[in-house]
Design a protein around this ligand. Sequence first.
Ligand code: FES
Length: 103
Amino acid sequence: MGQFVRATAAEDIPEGTMKTFELKHTRFVIAHTAEGFFAVADECSHDGGPIGEGNVLGNEVRCPRHGARFDLKTGAVTAPPAVAPIDSYRVKVENGELFVWLD
Ligand code: FES
């Protein structure tokens, strides 16, 4: 059964950046955009690239390996060469702390 798991303090991820975490056997990144905090898998669906080492571009993230882009809200592909989405996770902010919903 899933639950919200504390990841870090919100102030640890300035707007326009992201940070990688591994909790409950799940590796993911939390990105901070002008619209809030979003979490997606740290593994690119194209060839396993480390998403957390890429760039946050608006509400998208770019894989550092071959440049595929994903929507941070949904994990959907927004630019090739990836064709499959990556997992996305619910995030909530409570008392300045970030929590991510993990199974
Ligand atoms: S591994 Fe991410 S674009 Fe190729």
